[in-house]
Design a protein around this ligand. Structure first.
Ligand SMILES: *Cc1c(COP(=O)(O)O)cnc(C)c1O
Length: 372
């Protein structure tokens, strides 16, 4: 699916040098690379402040903790997402309100968001799934009307650009009240372990988030609030600082890979290629097609027989997860997500994927679908 090793080989000297330097300084926690990376990453995204943390799930949790929410407050979140987005809501004792997604973009259905808003709604968490932004302009309008905050889960869409109807552009994760992201190795900007970040445009909010991620202390050993311990290691920050310089190039390569798939698959009957939007670029964290002919699982195993891996992101929507039983959702509640769960298939995509391998994937898949 991904080839982290060949990516490493393209920048080995620089990455090794950065790691060696951190080891030389032996400042493994809160070393100077952490601050340097936070500044560079804020500049890349054009936001006021970046607070780095341990992973993308912590970033979501800390973002929610920063909003002073109360038990009974409702958080709207799509059911078709990685479980972490919904998990943190439950973990903090808040009330998740799930909504279905748009069948073409896989992102949160704005109309359903509007229908689910109550007096208790405090937050909407759109997930920019697979690398493409949700309909932020409408979400921001709704949020403003009802005094609701938006936390953008940008773990998959780092570097995607959103264009508003007045032609202003913003990076994914910088439009809502808070943006969160992950540096898990396979993400568009991945480190060599776990890592995450929170993006904000409000300095005071940034200070508060910093405090929450650091045991609720501003001054060492003086704890003002209950926080948590979530840090980006210095070594990871140093690696990310090197890799950030190549992020746009990596995304451009992903887009090129996606274009090859699109050209090769768009005419194949029974395959639906990913749909674009008028408002967002696509950073192609995933290239996710829909299999509308034959059995997706059979297609998947036939691909594997020919040496081609593929993945189902995600096989079980949030509302049907066992851990979410307590909220009383049942099969049939979100038909789009349930249908997607049976038809979606993500193909191998990464910046270094050679074109000949891609053509082999396209030919093999086309043949399988023809006979499906
Ligand atoms: C990866 C991911 C996360 C969690 O990130 P971790 O760093 O693994 O905790 C959250 N949301 C989405 C949409 C993700 O893809």
């Amino acid at each position: 699916m991904v080839d982290l090793h060949s990516q490493y080989m393209t920048m080995k000297e620089e990455v090794d040098g950065a790691i060696r330097q951190v080891i030389g300084e032996s400042s493994f926690i809160k070393g100077k690379s952490v601050k340097e990376f936070a500044v560079s990453f804020a500049a890349y995204n054009n936001v006021k402040k970046v607070i780095t943390c341990g992973n993308g799930t912590d970033a979501l949790q800390i973002a929610l903790m920063a909003l002073d929410l109360q038990k009974g407050n409702e958080i709207i979140v799509p059911t078709h997402t990685y479980f972490a987005t919904a998990e943190v809501i439950a973990l903090l004792g808040l009330t998740p309100v799930l909504v279905d997604v748009d069948p073409d973009t896989f992102n949160i259905d704005v109309q359903q968001v509007e229908e689910k808003i109550t007096k208790a709604t405090k937050v909407i968490i759109p997930v920019h799934l697979y690398g493409q932004c949700a309909d932020m302009e409408n979400l921001l309008r709704i949020a403003q009307q009802h005094d609701i905050k938006i936390i953008e889960d940008t773990a998959q869409a780092l570097g995607a650009t959103y264009t508003f109807s007045d032609d202003t552009t913003r990076k994914a994760g910088t439009m809502g009240y808070i943006g969160t992201t992950s540096f898990f190795p396979t993400k568009n900007l991945g480190c060599f372990g776990d890592g995450g970040a929170i993006l904000v445009n409000d300095e005071a909010l940034g200070e508060k988030i910093n405090m929450i991620a650091n045991h609720g202390q501003r001054i060492k050993y003086h704890h003002e609030i209950i926080g948590c311990n979530s840090r980006l290691d210095t070594i990871q920050a140093a690696i990310l600082q090197v890799k950030l310089a190549y992020l746009d190039e990596a995304i451009a390569k992903r887009q090129k890979v996606a274009q090859v798939y699109t050209n090769g698959l768009k005419e194949v009957e029974g395959i639906e290629i990913p749909q674009g939007t008028s408002f967002s670029t696509h950073s192609y964290h995933q290239y996710t097609i829909k299999i509308n002919k034959g059995d997706r699982d059979v297609v998947k195993s036939k691909l594997l027989e020919k040496g081609i891996p593929s993945l189902i992101y995600y096989p079980v929507p949030v509302h049907l997860q066992k851990a979410y039983q307590q909220y009383g959702y049942k099969k049939g509640d979100f038909p789009i997500a349930e249908k997607l769960q049976k038809t979606i298939l993500s193909l191998p995509i990464h910046p270094e994927l050679p074109e000949d391998q891609q053509l082999y994937i396209i030919d093999t898949l086309t043949e399988i679908i023809k006979n499906a």
